[in-house]
Design a protein around this ligand. Structure first.
Ligand SMILES: [Zn+2]
Length: 127
């Protein structure tokens, strides 16, 4: 189980042309590499998906974990990614967890995991 506290952090830039008008609603906490990765992944999403994850916090945490990522739907949603993972694994984990958020999942079941994997595949995981 990933543990850690996701607080503070800097606002994540808004999507494409919405940058000048959209508020900075996402919180990103972690290394510079992680923040850049989150910005790259999030801003490459289709606008409709990007809108669904406004307010979701992205948090990179230290320590070893059997999971590369985790998603909690509590509040506005939090995506946690292991800082122990490679950048490629972090990207794949981000896309999988964003899939859970976009699809509105609240629990982890075989069905929601399968749907998140499929969502991530169709949005460039493994690219
Ligand atoms: Zn999952």
């Amino acid at each position: 189980m990933l543990t850690g506290t996701c607080v503070g952090g800097r606002g994540l830039g808004a999507h494409g042309s919405a940058q000048t008008t959209a508020p900075l609603l996402n919180v990103t906490q972690g290394s510079a590499r992680f923040k850049k990765l989150v910005a790259d992944v999030v801003t490459s999403l289709p606008l409709a998906d990007w809108e669904k994850i406004q307010g979701v916090s992205f948090c990179e945490i230290g320590g070893r974990s059997p999971y590369a990522g985790a998603y909690s739907s509590a509040g506005r949603g939090t995506i946690v990614v292991s800082g122990d993972a490679s950048e490629a694994a972090q990207r794949a984990a981000l896309l999988h967890e964003i899939g859970h958020a976009v699809l509105g999942h609240a629990v982890s079941t075989e069905e929601t995991e399968s749907a998140a994997r499929e969502w991530a595949r169709s949005h460039g995981a493994g690219r």
